[in-house]
Design a binder for this molecule. Structure first.
Ligand SMILES: Nc1ncnc2c1ncn2[C@@H]1O[C@H](COP(=O)(O)OP(=O)(O)OP(=O)(O)O)[C@@H](O)[C@H]1O
Length: 262
């Protein structure tokens, strides 16, 4: 059984206009998207800005609206579930953002940021167990346990992204949406974070939807790649095939923009 199966997902946003702010049309941000993700697999989602990638990622985790379609997580359609019904599943589906600084509370230490996720989802955990788990998570993402007492501004961009990853891992997810998770970082730091994500996948069996506009990064991390254009998937193929035998004109245009490595 696939971990995640998306069937004919549509997300249309109403457009209002005129003096009375009546609905005058719709932005079809996502318009009939279908794909599957197997456990422990990475699916890359590429496309230019505005193609609908983030809207897909948010809809999958019920962080954003879905107009129609089905999203099965381990065989269960999650879109009709209300908040209470979805709560036990929320822990298993996490998101890592582009701007870790924006998504980390500047007033909390890195230990408290990770600890918050633990207290929300593991209410029975004692303070001692929590501290041990925070140390363990920091080590897993390549940071030092003693860094738990530092604040987000005391870390570099790459280290902040590691904290974001530790926070996502804290609740033991099976699936993580990585939305432009390395796009804001320097190329050498990007490679370190991508390698960390791949190591964690191997160790913990997590599946990723890896959203990016940069095809080179996506190729490195993904088993399968989806190319999105104007709300639709225009090409879906294995990572190798999409680069060696791109079928769609739009994919060829995206590939032409990738700097060639000598
Ligand atoms: N809440 C919203 N209300 C109205 N329109 C929206 C909303 N969210 C997104 N859109 C529109 O939906 C389309 C897709 O946006 P989306 O952010 O998913 O694209 P993207 O491929 O992730 O781009 P980027 O890489 O710039 O984030 C855009 O035209 C955007 O303006």
């Amino acid at each position: 059984m696939p971990l995640l199966e998306v069937k004919d997902l549509r997300v249309w946003f109403p457009v209002h206009g005129g003096l009375l702010r009546r609905k005058v049309g719709e932005i079809k941000a996502v318009d009939g998207v279908s794909f599957t993700i197997e456990p422990g697999q990475t699916v890359g989602l590429v496309g230019e800005s505005g193609s609908g990638k983030t809207t897909v990622g948010r809809a999958l985790l019920k962080l954003g609206p879905a107009t129609s379609g089905e999203v099965y997580f381990e065989g269960r359609n999650i879109l009709p579930l209300n908040e209470r019904q979805f709560r036990p599943l929320r822990r298993q589906m996490q998101m890592i953002f582009q701007d870790p600084f924006g998504s980390l509370n500047p007033r909390l230490t890195c230990g408290s940021i990770i600890g918050e996720a633990l207290t929300t989802h593991f209410k029975e955990m004692t303070a001692t167990q929590r501290r041990a788990r925070i140390s363990d998570l920091l080590t897993q993402v390549g940071l030092k346990p003693e860094m738990a007492s530092r604040y987000p501004h005391e870390f570099s961009g790459g280290q902040r992204q590691r904290i974001g990853i530790a926070r996502a891992l804290a609740v033991e997810p099976k699936f993580i949406v990585c939305d432009e998770a390395v796009s804001a970082l320097d190329v050498s730091v990007q490679a370190q974070i991508v390698n960390l994500l791949m190591d964690l996948q191997e160790k913990l069996g997590i599946a990723y939807l890896f959203i990016a506009h940069d095809l080179a990064v996506v190729q490195h991390i993904s088993d399968h790649v989806l190319v999105m254009h104007h709300g639709r998937i225009v090409e879906s193929a294995s990572s190798d095939a999409i680069y060696s035998r791109p079928q769609h004109e739009y994919t060829k245009t995206l590939l032409a923009a990738v700097p060639q490595l000598a």
